[in-house]
Ligand binder design. Structure first.
Ligand SMILES: Cc1cc2nc3c(=O)[nH]c(=O)nc-3n(C[C@H](O)[C@H](O)[C@H](O)COP(=O)(O)O)c2cc1C
Length: 278
């Protein structure tokens, strides 16, 4: 039987994020069990930036719940990532987890290629800010394939339940999780590689904020269209790209001792600057 992992990014019990996961799970045609993780129930420490995990088979020097999270993720066949908008972005606990993702680099094979649905409850239409880009890149950095995404306009706790439209959305998303992979729709409004709607302009190109591939923006009859092609080695969720980044980080670590003495000497004179409040 397939295992679905619902990752809930809200502290609110039986809130819209939790209910969205349960509503979608009920609509998944394939037989499955639903495992749940409320991110805020986990003890997640900030990344120390030491990169020690890279040479410890991905084990962090800190003993917190990251292994609980990674173990649940590794066992899942599919994931529903349901995170509300808090001040134009996802809740902070999700970024705390993403900051620790170097831990998966030495064991990326365990995580790669899992289908993922992204669900974003929000209170005000259009006030989603950078949430989709943040969750899209989080899912891809975790090795997942995004197979569906939806916003759920529902402010009060549990409000998701009373809208027929949200039940329809749950049905649609549920049908997608284990369905044969569909090509991303090339409608000029989304990235044709990963489906994201978040871009930045760089010199003559447009870059997708999620998969980091580049393309062009054209305007025809006042209609703007973006066409992103597979241009970079930065498909975040491929083994090749992860290994490339891992190699880069290991190389940096190897080089650092050569500069350490010089940096130590130069930073000594900055040590006493400023007054620490705490
Ligand atoms: C602190 C806080 C900040 C919020 N910021 C936004 C926001 O920037 N944009 C928005 O549309 N909704 C915002 N909301 C509304 C939530 O996204 C909305 O209520 C959502 O349904 C909560 O999901 P939950 O029930 O799973 O907690 C905010 C809610 C809280 C509590």
């Amino acid at each position: 039987m397939k295992q679905v992992l619902g990752i809930i990014g809200s502290t609110r019990k039986m809130g819209n994020s939790e209910l969205a996961v349960k509503m979608i799970s009920r609509q998944i045609p394939e037989e499955h069990s639903l495992n749940l993780l409320r991110a805020s129930d986990l003890n997640i420490e900030p990344c120390l930036g030491c990169y020690k995990c890279l040479s410890r088979e991905g084990r962090c020097v800190q003993d917190d719940d990251m292994e609980v999270f990674l173990d649940a993720l590794a066992k899942a066949d599919g994931v529903i990532l349901s995170v509300p908008v808090y001040f134009f972005g996802p809740t902070g606990i999700i970024k705390m987890i993403v900051d620790r993702i170097c831990m998966i680099y030495p064991r990326f094979e365990q995580f790669i290629g899992k289908p993922c649905l992204i669900v974003i409850p929000l209170g005000i239409k259009g006030k989603d800010g950078y949430t989709s880009a943040a969750l899209g890149s989080a899912a891809m950095t975790l090795g997942m394939d995004i197979v569906g995404e939806a916003q759920i306009l529902a402010g009060g706790r549990g409000e998701i339940l009373i809208s027929e439209e949200h039940h329809e959305t749950a049905k649609e998303l549920g049908s997608l999780l284990f369905a044969p992979r569909q090509e991303v729709v090339r409608d000029g409004k989304r990235c044709s590689i990963c489906g994201s709607q978040s871009f930045k302009f760089i010199e003559e190109s447009v870059e997708c904020l999620v998969c980091q591939n580049q393309g062009t923006l054209t305007v025809n009859n006042d209609e703007a269209a973006i066409d992103i092609g597979l241009t970079s080695s930065s498909e975040l969720n491929t083994l090749g790209d992860r290994n490339h980044h891992l190699g880069f980080l290991m190389g940096k670590q190897k080089d650092y001792p050569k500069k350490r003495e010089k940096i130590k000497e130069m930073s000594a004179e900055y040590k006493k600057d400023g007054v620490w409040i705490k």
